[in-house]
Design a binder for this molecule. Structure first.
Ligand code: SF4
Length: 347
């Protein structure tokens, strides 16, 4: 009986990795998926927090992909190791704070370690040449294979025919003829293939897979680093950058103001880590205060928070201030006038 070869598929939750894995399954390869959790993954996170986006499915798209494919999925937490990739990317950043090329190299390297430990034969990704400006260019495709150490054990089924033969092709583990030659940014071939395979309701094809490609998120991350004079972060920091309105009235503190009920509830979980402000006399947002503040700062912050409450046009609004280092107390303030909320406070 001939050997059944085994491939580890990097599954992001997007259409391309879904298709790449399916192409391999069609060739009789045993495929298992790996999904790396960096902490920056979008994966329905915002939809899960924000009430407004209730129409979007609250699902983990990587798990959904694995379910569609009928394969096992290994979700691997790389939050700590990923810090070095993000903070010191050898190949630099893309349009925002996305270190895509270093990220790909790192993930393929981790996948290589995984296949060695688990006795798998090769790695597949859903990369398509020319699709992404940074990590999926003709010149960078070999860089990922070389610098990750995967070399010819890295097969990209969706564009393999545009690339040199890999070991699985040379050795006849897979049929090169049945691989694809997709290239460029046109998504129609992928959509047609998805239709052929009967996949519907897959994650938005061009949708970003991580927050680091998002301009606003990237600005908030850079602001965090600047304010702390350190390019470091904890998981809580990067989660909080995903929610709320971020205002920095002074260089040494920032306010994170919930924009709706879902965010307020999510932020409630952080009130033991940060001082917080909540309106009492009127409906209003929860605000977390990130930075060292004194009583005057908190009074001013309360005026700002009142601006975002139902009492914004009243003479006074009462709020409760919860400092980490003292008992909660109430304060009554005049909401800040709209014009006094400076544009350059918005991170
Ligand atoms: S978008 Fe994010 S997860 Fe995807 S390659 Fe770039 S940095 Fe990595």
């Amino acid at each position: 009986m001939s050997k059944q070869y085994k491939a580890a598929a990097l599954i992001s939750g997007g259409l391309d990795s879904l298709l790449a894995a399916k192409v391999m399954l069609e060739q009789g390869i045993h495929v298992e998926g790996i999904n790396f959790f960096t902490g920056f993954c979008v994966e329905g996170h915002t939809a899960a927090i924000r009430k407004k986006q209730q129409d979007k499915p609250k699902r983990n798209n990587a798990l959904w992909s694995a379910e569609q494919l009928g394969i096992k999925l290994h979700i691997i937490d790389i939050v700590d190791e990923y810090k070095d990739v993000l903070i010191n990317p050898k190949h630099g950043y893309g349009a925002n704070m996305n270190p895509c090329l270093d990220c790909k190299i790192f993930m393929v390297h981790k996948a290589l370690e995984w296949i060695q430990e688990n006795d798998f034969d090769f790695i597949i990704t859903g990369e398509v040449m020319g699709q992404r400006p940074m990590s999926q260019r003709k010149e960078t495709m070999p860089v990922v294979a070389n610098e990750s150490g995967a070399e010819d054990l890295l097969l990209r089924p969706l564009c393999a025919k545009n690339l040199p033969m890999t070991k699985p092709e040379k050795e006849g583990w897979v049929e090169r003829e049945k691989l694809l030659a997709f290239h460029g940014r046109n998504r129609k071939p992928q959509m047609a293939l998805a239709k052929d395979f009967g996949f519907e309701d897959y994650a938005s094809p061009a949708g970003g897979c991580c927050f680091l490609t998002d301009e606003n998120y990237s600005k908030k991350l850079v602001d965090l680093w600047q304010a702390r004079s350190s390019r470091d972060y904890e998981m809580d920091d990067i989660m909080l950058l995903k929610v709320g309105r971020h205002l920095r009235p002074k260089p040494y503190y920032k306010l994170i103001i919930g924009r709706e009920e879902g965010e307020n509830k999510f932020m409630q979980g952080y009130t033991k880590m940060f001082s917080s402000i909540k309106t009492v006399s009127h409906a209003g947002p929860l605000c977390l205060v990130d930075g060292a503040t004194d009583k005057d700062d908190l009074e001013y912050a309360a005026q700002i928070v009142a601006r975002y409450s139902q009492g914004k046009n009243e003479d006074t609004v009462t709020l409760q201030i919860n400092r980490l280092d003292s008992e909660p107390y109430e304060i009554t303030v005049k909401p800040l006038a709209a014009d006094d909320v400076k544009q350059d406070w918005h991170v």
